[in-house]
Design a protein around this ligand. Structure first.
Ligand SMILES: Cc1ncc(COP(=O)(O)O)c(C=O)c1O
Length: 244
């Protein structure tokens, strides 16, 4: 924000994973100029698909026009006395409006968000307590100024202490009926970017190194205590079998 003020830039917060995170007591979306939320099906709050942009009135009014065919609402208001059919297209806009049905889902989800978050925090605490002592597993970093949204719970394997790779670890979890994922595959490894820009895996050594050791464990409010216990036991079992 300091740099942005100095160079007259606008800051967009990517809050796709960050509802309802806080930094130094301030909610996500109270820091930058615009904030983009994702309400995709897997997110902490969902409308099935879509998202939301928040910010000051001037930027938001502009975004509204872009998001609905470039139609001017002002024109609508100005000419309403002539009949509701009138509108003006003042930009080559998009069709990025949220459908009412999605918004209705979102309003109900919003009421449930505190309970969702409380459950996410409980599960994270159980994972942290269970894995905190395992040398082979690095648990998510906690920073004093940050209240985490806990959209994902990503463990990092200390591969030099294990006889198996991350991919094999995932297979072992799968064999124990635990579904996991990897967030994310670095962009430079994807064929389009790799081939277009001639990237090698080690061109981004930190992203590549961390990519090879990350696993996202199941984390969602509907998990039962038994589900959480099953995940914990599976991870501890695999570490026990494959530690060096
Ligand atoms: C960091 C980040 N930004 C943006 C997005 C895109 O969100 P959406 O799918 O709502 O466009 C995602 C999706 O997960 C994301 O992880």
């Amino acid at each position: 924000m300091e740099l942005a003020r100095r160079y007259d830039l606008r800051v967009v917060e990517d809050a796709a994973h960050a509802l309802p995170a806080k930094y130094k007591g301030r909610f996500i979306d109270t820091i930058g100029d615009l904030t983009a939320f994702s309400f995709y099906a897997t997110k902490n709050l969902t409308t099935g698909e879509g998202g939301m942009l928040t910010g000051g009135p001037d930027l938001i009014e502009g975004a509204r026009i872009w998001s609905l065919h470039g139609m001017s609402r002002d024109a609508w208001k100005r000419y309403s006395s002539e009949g509701s059919w009138y509108y003006e297209v003042i930009r080559p806009g998009f069709k990025y409006n949220m459908p009412d049905i999605s918004a209705a889902i979102g309003i109900q989800q919003l009421k449930k968000l505190p309970d969702f978050q409380a459950r996410r925090r409980e599960i994270v605490k159980r994972y942290n307590d269970a894995f905190g002592e395992l040398e082979e597993v690095q648990i998510p970093v906690k920073r004093p100024d940050v209240e985490h949204a806990w959209h994902l719970y990503v463990i990092r394997l200390n591969l030099d202490l294990l006889k198996i790779s991350r991919n094999q670890f995932i297979e072992e979890l799968k064999a124990r009926n635990i579904g996991t994922s990897v967030h994310f595959i670095p962009i430079h490894l994807h064929p389009y970017y790799r081939d277009k820009y001639g990237f090698k895996p080690d061109d981004f050594p930190v992203a590549y190194r961390e990519y090879q050791r990350i696993i996202s464990l199941p984390l969602y409010p509907k998990m039962t205590d038994q589900d959480v216990q099953d995940v914990i036991e599976a991870v501890i079992d695999i570490v026990g079998v494959y530690r060096r």
